[in-house]
Write a protein that binds this ligand. Structure first.
Ligand SMILES: Nc1ncnc2c1ncn2[C@@H]1O[C@H](COP(=O)(O)OP(=O)(O)OP(=O)(O)O)[C@@H](O)[C@H]1O
Ligand SMILES: [Mg+2]
Length: 348
C-alpha cells in the first residue's frame, strides 16, 4: 500500500516573529488565522479596507503544478459556499494567495462545542457543504480534500439574525476535468474514499492504462465522513492513532469496515450509508439532495441564492499565470523592492 504523501503546497513553518508581509504597501499582518497551521494569516487589505486571509506558499520548488491548480481552480469558483478568491502576489520569499476571511474552520467549531454537534446543526453545515461541492463539481473541479478543517465558517448578518455560512477552502489537491486522470493517494487519511486508498477498488479503464478513480465521487465519501464526525464525534474508520498505524487505517478504509453510527437518527443513518458504498453504487449529490433527512425542514425547495456580485480587482487567468511563473523562481535579487517586484510582474 502506498505511503502518505506530503501536502502539495507544503506549508512553510513560520514562527510568530516572522512577518512575510512586513513593509508591504497593501497588506498588513494582523494575526495567524489558525495557530495550528502557521501558513495562513489574517491581514488588513488597505486598498479594499477589509480583513482578508492570506496563505503563504514558499517560492521555488514548492510551487508545483498542484499550486498552479490550487490558484487557477480556486479563481474559477464563485459561490456562496466557496471561500472567495481575491488575489495572488509575490513577496521575495513567498507566493501569497489572498482570500475571503472566515472566523474559524468547522473542526474548531466542533471542538468548541465539546467534540460533536446536535444533528440539526450538523445538517445545516452538511447541506451547505453539499451545495458548495455540487457547484465545484458543476464547474469541473473536484476538491479531493473535503474535511472539517477545509470548511470555513463565516457569520452572515441579515435582518438582525446571524447565520453561519460554510465555505469550502483549500484547493491544494484539486483536480479539474481537463487535468490528468485521478490516480494519486491524496487527501486526509481518515476522510479518503476506499477507491483512493486501494486501486483494486477502481474500475479498470482500458484507455488510461492505469486504474483511475472518480475524484468527484471520492469527494462525496469525504463529505459523508464530515457529517459522521459532526454528529458522532469520531471517524467512521477511526484515525491513524486509533488503528495503531497509518497502514491499518488505510486497510480498514479499503475494506469499508465502518463503526456503526450510534447517535444519528434513522434518517441520517440512511443518508450516510448511501454514501459509504463503493464508488459505482455511492449516492450522487442529486440522490443525497432527494433524501428525506436532507430535505427535512427546508420546505418544498431550498431557497435559491442571489448571484454574488462581481469582485473588483481580481486578476485575470493570464495575470495569475505570470505570477505563478515568477514564483517558480526561488528568490529574486534582494535589491528589488516589493513594489518593483510587483511592477515587473504586472508588465508581463
Ligand atoms: N479563508 C480563510 N479564513 C479563515 N481561516 C482560514 C481561511 N483559509 C484557511 N484558514 C485557516 O487556515 C487553515 C489552513 O488553510 P489551508 O487548508 O488552506 O492550508 P493547507 O496548508 O493547505 O492545509 P492542509 O494541507 O492541512 O489542508 C484552515 O484549516 C483554517 O483554519
Ligand atoms: Mg487545508
Amino acid at each position: 500500500m502506498a505511503g502518505w504523501p506530503a501536502p502539495p503546497s507544503s506549508a512553510p513553518v513560520l514562527s510568530d516573529v516572522d512577518d512575510p508581509l512586513a513593509g508591504h504597501p497593501r497588506y498588513e499582518k494582523i494575526r495567524w488565522a489558525n495557530p495550528d497551521k502557521p501558513n495562513v494569516q489574517v491581514a488588513l487589505d488597505r486598498v479594499a479596507s477589509r480583513n482578508v486571509a492570506v496563505k503563504f506558499i514558499e517560492r521555488g520548488a514548492k510551487v508545483t503544478k498542484h499550486v498552479k491548480r490550487e490558484i487557477l481552480h480556486h479563481h474559477s469558483l464563485v459561490h456562496r459556499n466557496v471561500v472567495r478568491f481575491y488575489d495572488a502576489f509575490l513577496t521575495p520569499t513567498y507566493l501569497v494567495i489572498v482570500q475571503e476571511l472566515g472566523e474559524m474552520n468547522l473542526w474548531q467549531h466542533v471542538c468548541n462545542r465539546g467534540g460533536r454537534l446536535a444533528e440539526e446543526e450538523a445538517r445545516g453545515f452538511f447541506r451547505q457543504m453539499i451545495e458548495g461541492l455540487e457547484y465545484c463539481h458543476s464547474m469541473g473541479v473536484a476538491n479531493r480534500d473535503i474535511k472539517l478543517e477545509n470548511s470555513i465558517l463565516k457569520t452572515q448578518y441579515a435582518g438582525g439574525v446571524s447565520t453561519p455560512v460554510l465555505k469550502l477552502c483549500d484547493f491544494g489537491y484539486a483536480k479539474g476535468d481537463s487535468d490528468s486522470n485521478a490516480i494519486s493517494l491524496v487527501g486526509t487519511s481518515s476522510y479518503v474514499a476506499p477507491e483512493v486508498v486501494d486501486p483494486s477498488k477502481r474500475d479498470p479503464n482500458p484507455n488510461a492504462g492505469q486504474r483511475i478513480y472518480n475524484a468527484k465521487m471520492a469527494d462525496i465519501w469525504s463529505a459523508g465522513v464530515a457529517l459522521y464526525v459532526m454528529i458522532e464525534g469520531r471517524f467512521p474508520c477511526g484515525t491513524e492513532k486509533s488503528n495503531g498505524c497509518m497502514e491499518a487505517l488505510l486497510k480498514r478504509i479499503a475494506a469499508m469496515k465502518l463503526d456503526p453510527p450510534r447517535l444519528m437518527s434513522p434518517g441520517a443513518v440512511e443518508l450516510v450509508m448511501g454514501i459509504f458504498k463503493a464508488s459505482a453504487e455511492r449516492d450522487t449529490i442529486a440522490k443525497i439532495k432527494e433524501r428525506a433527512w436532507f430535505k427535512d425542514g427546508m420546505g418544498s425547495a431550498p431557497a435559491s441564492e442571489p448571484e454574488l456580485p462581481a469582485e473588483e480587482g481580481v486578476p485575470s487567468v493570464a495575470e495569475l499565470e505570470a505570477v505563478i511563473k515568477k514564483a517558480e523562481i526561488a528568490e529574486l535579487g534582494t535589491n528589488l523592492s516589493i513594489d518593483e517586484l510587483m511592477d515587473s510582474v504586472e508588465m508581463e
